[in-house]
Structures are given as C-alpha cells and as structure tokens.
Design a protein around this ligand. Structure first.
Ligand SMILES: [Zn+2]
Length: 175
C-alpha cells in the first residue's frame, strides 16, 4: 500500500470513529511500515470490514488490517500471484521448501512459511525459520534437474510427496 493510500484510509477511520489525532504522528509511521505490503486494491475492503466489525478505533491497527487482508485474499485467490514479494535471504517469496527423510528412509518435501520475513500468508503451512528447520534436521539441497527450471507452482504441488530417485530426473549437463 502506498503511503498516500494508507494516510487516506487512516484519516477515514479516524473520522468514522471520531478519533482526533491529526496531524499524522510517528505511531502512524510505524503502522504504515507494518502494513505497506498490503496491496492498495485491498484497502477499501479492509476499511469497510473494520467499519462493519469494530465498535471503536482498532487498538492494533496493523494486526486488524492484516486479518482483513487475509480474508480478502481468500475471497480473491487469483490476486495472490500479482503481489510483489520482497527479497528474503532465507526463503522463496515467503516460503521455505525443504526435505526430510521419513521412517522408511525416503525424502518427503515440506513447505513452511518463513518466520524471518512473514510475507506469505497461505493458510495451512506452518511457520518456521530456516535456522530452526536446519536444527530440526531439514535439508535444503533439493536436487532439481538442471537445466530444467521448475516453476514455483510446480514445486508447491510436489509438497508432501515422495521425492523421485535421482535417475528419474532429466539430468542434462548444466549450460
Ligand atoms: Zn523469508
């Protein structure tokens, strides 16, 4: 969300709840930093849901905005792919893909939401840090076939499945 949009929504909320806090202050800067990854197009939906659900100005505005953003994205899953992800050294667009051997000594793929950047909000994936996962024995060197590129969507589909043996891959030499 761009700053001008955030300030506009904030002023509307303040007016609606008769909260006299202008001009915008440093708390508002912090709120903005915590919500700037919410896309602009969700802003009015979030504002209207706050109007509907809250009797008074929210105590924790960023938290309630993210909660209603999650509601919006669940209603509009097609919007998800358009989000701009920011670079995090620990993950891929907010998700950590890894593998671990099961009791039959076979690798299973897992996916976690990255707790370092917290930019993915897909329901159903647990949250953990790369460091924490390494300590729990997860591995990150998944031998994807080179040079065949796999899309993120393909990788997501493979989560929870057994990883094929290396000779199942198309092992052409790297360029
Ligand atoms: Zn991350």
């Amino acid at each position: 969300m761009v700053r001008i949009m955030f300030d506009d929504i904030l002023k509307q909320l303040c007016n609606y709840y008769e909260r006299k806090v202008f001009p915008l202050n440093s708390a508002h800067d912090l709120w903005f930093k915590k919500t700037e990854n919410i896309p602009d197009e969700a802003a009015f939906y979030i504002r209207d849901r706050i109007y509907e659900e809250l009797e008074s100005f929210p105590k924790n505005l960023p938290k309630i905005m993210w909660a209603f953003y999650h509601e919006w994205i669940e209603a509009h899953p097609e919007k998800r792919a358009k989000l701009n992800y920011f670079n995090c050294p620990d993950c891929n667009e907010g998700l950590i893909f890894c593998r671990k051997k099961n009791s039959d000594d076979k690798y299973i793929r897992y996916v976690f939401k990255c707790s370092r950047c917290k930019q993915d909000h897909t329901p159903g994936y647990p949250m953990d840090s790369k460091k924490g996962l390494i300590e729990k024995g997860y591995e990150f060197e998944i031998p994807f076939a080179a040079p065949v590129k796999r899309s993120l969507a393909d990788i997501k589909k493979s989560v929870g499945r057994e990883i094929p043996a290396p000779n199942d891959y198309d092992m052409r030499p790297s360029p």
